[in-house]
Design a protein around this ligand. Structure first.
Ligand code: AMP
Length: 486
């Protein structure tokens, strides 16, 4: 367990803070179309760019672009992606690297053949591995951590692709759920802690052998009419090829560290994540939140969509009406003509509008999943008050977010996290609510039924489940810059 401090804020290991979704399809004549449908359901995991690679028996075809899935994959584009094997990726990055060059899948032609990869997670030793590879002559096309994996495969002295992949995976640290496409086969793998999800399913194809599908979340399987079988296990590699399906542990499993934030915010409530329905977890979070911190009120209002399910649980437990008194505009595009005269809270107004008749004269319990910087919450609380609420009590369905994530969720540095710098009363004042309360840590572990400690809670505790390989360099760099470490 590693304690981090200011040095990591200055020299972040989470340079590539992509939030992503991945899919893979094996054995379907319309593999690209199925990958497109799957990515469409995983759009919430990343809206910046998306890509699909297919294998047609001879070569790999790839289309990847900035934009949302439905805009990129027109019928013509899908026609240009022939074959019965496909992998796909959708990505969101706010860390500055919005270059299309970083869109995935990445593909190479190396001594192990043609191979493409897509990745969900964050490889914490990517910078170190990249430097080492560059010293040995590798030339990188992008700045994403994922490309490192392909270079490791190319450099491996192992003879077969599977052995070279194992060799590469054993050098990675951090979080990775990976899907690979190669001649005649799909290979998928998860890191030994199991940070990010990856589910496996089966699809009946009339008159043909069943197809095998993989996706970050099971909502993709529902769309395809596929059956969810189980999860790819932490430290497991699954190969689906002409010989059938083989599953093997490429490395012993390490203490599990499934990302609890998938259940708090990230995944869709209609998905199973880590074998558990997200809806169940979120409703329980809301119920426990009500048990822990209820105050007299008239209605429970969710901040849509992130607070919807927890608010349902809260309202049921508190025996109060659940009112959708904030209406979300789902069609806010990537660009919008900014007003020349300042409109107060323009950004939030673009997305949300209150229903005055529901809020006027009411004491409101406002439920959201998390407070990050606190700036949105402050605007929403003001909006609810201006619509006539007499009291606004903000309830958050997870503990205070006090530490950045190094495993694939885009949380900002400690400096920007309001709960890392203010106590709950100071946050209440900043946000302008009548009261603020968070779900407790025991409440969160109960909500996800984590009896044996299988989840990562680092964003709430600052205790990271992996040692960062380059911590020594970071500490050295920190000392040089005059930053103290414990
Ligand atoms: P803030 O104003 O910074 O406190 O933002 C809070 C809002 O951001 C909440 O409504 C959350 O649902 C949402 N949120 C929390 N974490 C993330 C994330 N990693 N990516 C995008 N939105 C998030």
């Amino acid at each position: 367990m590693l304690e981090t401090s200011g040095v990591l804020d200055k020299f972040p290991l989470d340079k590539f803070k992509d939030e992503c979704g991945v899919v893979a399809i094996h054995g379907h004549s319309e593999a690209a179309k199925l990958a497109y449908y799957s990515l469409y359901t995983l759009q919430h995991r990343g809206q910046e760019c998306a890509g699909v690679s297919t294998w047609d028996g001879k070569t790999i075809h790839t289309t990847k672009k900035n934009g949302v899935v439905s805009d990129i994959f027109t019928p013509e584009v899908i026609k240009g992606l022939p074959g019965s094997l496909a992998i796909g990726h959708t990505r969101y990055s706010t860390s500055g690297d919005k270059d299309e060059m970083n869109a995935q899948p990445f593909s190479v032609h190396c001594n192990k053949g043609l191979i493409a990869v897509a990745h969900n997670g964050n490889i914490t030793n990517a910078a170190e591995l990249r430097k080492h590879l560059e010293d040995k002559g590798s030339i990188f096309q992008a700045s994403s951590d994922t490309e490192v994996i392909l270079h490791l495969v190319a450099h491996s002295t192992e003879k077969t692709l599977k052995d070279a992949l194992r060799d590469a995976l054993l050098q990675l640290e951090g979080a990775f759920s990976l899907v690979f496409l190669a001649a005649d086969r799909i290979i998928v793998a998860r890191d030994p802690h199991g940070f990010r999800p990856l589910a496996m399913g089966n699809l009946k194809v009339p008159g043909h052998p069943d197809a095998t599908v993989f996706a970050s979340e099971t909502c993709a399987f529902d769309f395809l009419d596929a059956t969810y079988l189980n999860d790819v296990q932490p430290g497991e590699m699954v190969v689906v090829g002409p010989e059938g399906i083989t599953r093997e542990r490429y490395t012993p499993e390490k203490p599990r560290a499934q990302c609890v934030f998938e259940h708090v915010y990230f995944a869709r409530p209609d998905s199973m994540v880590f074998g558990r329905p997200v809806q169940t977890s979120r409703e329980k979070m809301g119920r426990l939140l009500a048990q822990e911190s209820h105050v007299p009120a008239d209605i429970v209002v969710p901040v849509p969509d992130s607070g919807n399910t927890a608010a349902l649980g809260y309202a049921a437990e508190a025996n109060l009406p659940y009112r959708q008194a904030l209406i979300r505009n789902h069609y806010v595009g990537r660009t919008f003509i900014e007003p020349s005269q300042a409109i107060r809270d323009f950004g939030v107004k673009l997305k949300l509008n209150p229903i005055r008749s529901l809020l006027e004269g009411k004491r409101v319990i406002l439920v959201d999943d998390s407070i990050v910087r606190g700036t949105t919450s402050e605007k929403i609380v003001r909006m609810v008050r201006r619509a006539g609420a007499t009291e606004v009590h903000l309830r958050i369905s997870c503990p205070p977010t006090v530490s950045p994530c190094f495993y694939g969720v885009d949380t900002p540095s400690k400096r920007e996290l309001i709960a890392a710098n203010k106590n709950t009363e100071e946050i209440r004042k900043f946000i302008g609510a009548d009261s603020v309360a968070y779900l407790s840590m025991p409440g969160l572990t109960r909500a996800v039924s984590d009896e044996v400690g299988e989840y990562c809670y680092a964003c709430y505790t600052g205790n990271y489940p992996t040692d960062f390989v380059n911590i020594e360099q970071l500490v050295k760099a920190g000392k040089k810059a005059g930053i103290e470490t414990p």
